[in-house]
Write a protein that binds this ligand. Sequence first.
Ligand code: SF4
Ligand code: SF4
Length: 74
Amino acid sequence: MFPQMAVTDVTYIVYLDEELCDGCRLCLPVCKFKGMISIPGERMPMVDQWSCTGCGTCVTTCTQGALTLRPKEE
Ligand code: SF4
Ligand code: SF4
């Protein structure tokens, strides 16, 4: 039997800087892992730390520099 890839194997996660985010929401549809989630009534998205794989796709999409990859805190 092969060992399973677990969420704990992820070493990086995206962080959202609320000071820089303008709420354009472009980062929501580009995430294939549901790592960026929409909060009802809020323009600014939120990172789901359990779903984000640290792939970096949203980081390159954000025009405000509000997203950065950082080592995941345990
Ligand atoms: S793409 Fe950047 S500026 Fe736009 S909502 Fe996402 S984090 Fe905020
Ligand atoms: S780094 Fe990748 S997995 Fe994480 S929120 Fe951005 S696009 Fe989704």
